[in-house]
Design a protein. Structure first.
Length: 349
């Protein structure tokens, strides 16, 4: 068995006291250590592969150096890896460890409370609560016993800081991109479920049309289930309009899949006959469609990183605002091959 290198070993090898080693490696403020001694201690610690004893430090500081990430089945969704990666890399920068618990999507209040308590039993210093859908939630009261942050949702009580994607801005920019390509009859294949993302993306479509100086035709808005079959249904209705669209902005990439199929069924080509933009940048859908789907990306990595940075600030004693108004992160447009300048004539039959 290889023995663990301790402060005493570093001190003996560097020819200094254990106290000096502790001050250097813990970066104790307001303690005078010469630059030469500080460098020698750091070099010896690296050569001996010294690693701090987190458990012992935790007993002294009453801090575990661990934060919890509680999710609602987000760890099994295609885009969740970006949230986890953003959180992990930010945690590493702050010398924090991330513990993940995956909760059921439709978990009841007792199940959510048990999940929070499971993290608290592990003495986490703070908790990130991530939801699959952009929504308004009532997190368990136990969550407020430590610093906490929400990802993708807003606290109904307005007490927990949160970060959400700016759905409205993303949709707005998508419409402007289609208008910049010369499109005037821009349709919206919307989601029939009344959730914050539905409302935000619809408002973004309307404000984008207004900003482009375009009139909204009610016949060019078709809501359906936010899945491929719903996209196919919406596209079929839109193409049957007296004046069909030259471009379709889709609520999400899954609906865009159905739009692709509906256009193919009619012998229409993307983007030559009709341009399409999705939302989510969900992989492998967006890049796997042919042609590649221009879409709006959700800032998953950035939300994960921001959540950890917010927790780290709270743990350092920096005051933070409550959750009455979530931070909205921009949703950038990802350009691929599904948008082209508008045709001068009608679509081919």
């Amino acid at each position: 068995m290889v023995s663990r290198v301790g402060l005493k070993d570093v001190a003996e090898a560097a020819g200094v006291s254990i106290t000096t080693v502790s001050h250097v490696l813990n970066e104790t403020p307001h303690v005078r250590v010469s630059p030469q001694t500080r460098q020698r201690v750091q070099d010896v610690a690296a050569r001996l592969n010294y690693r701090p004893n987190r458990m012992a430090r935790g007993l002294r500081t009453r801090s575990s150096g661990m934060i919890g990430l509680l999710t609602e089945e987000i760890a099994t969704t295609p885009h969740a890896g970006r949230i986890i990666l953003g959180a992990q890399e930010a945690a590493s920068r702050h010398n924090l460890t991330l513990a993940i618990i995956n909760s059921a999507l439709m978990a009841d209040a007792d199940e959510r409370r048990e999940d929070v308590n499971a993290l608290l039993d592990r003495h986490v210093d703070g908790i990130i609560y991530a939801t699959v859908y952009h929504d308004v939630v009532s997190p368990p009261a136990e969550l407020r016993s430590v610093p906490a942050v929400l990802i993708g949702a807003r606290d109904r009580a307005g007490q927990v800081p949160s970060v959400v994607p700016d759905e409205q801005q993303g949709a707005h920019d998508a419409v402007l991109a289609l208008a910049a390509a010369g499109h005037r009859r821009i349709a919206f294949a919307g989601n029939s479920d009344d959730v914050p993302a539905t409302r935000g993306r619809r408002v973004g479509y309307l404000t984008g049309m207004a900003a482009a100086g375009l009139t909204v035709d009610p016949d060019l808005i078709a809501d359906a289930e936010s899945e491929p079959l719903g996209g196919h249904e919406s596209a079929s209705r839109l193409l049957a309009a007296a004046e069909p669209p030259t471009a379709i902005f889709c609520y999400n990439d899954r609906m865009a899949m159905g739009v692709y199929r509906a256009l193919n069924d009619r012998g229409l080509r993307i983007p030559e006959d009709l341009s399409v933009i999705g939302f989510d940048d969900q992989q492998p859908i967006a890049s796997g469609l042919f042609p590649g789907l221009t879409t709006v990306a959700l800032p998953h990595y950035e939300m994960g990183a921001w959540a950890v940075e917010s927790l780290a600030a709270q743990l350092a004693g920096t005051p933070t605002d409550g959750g009455s108004q979530p931070l909205r992160l921009p949703c950038p447009l990802v350009t691929r091959s599904s948008v082209a300048p508008v045709r001068t004539g009608p679509p081919s039959p």
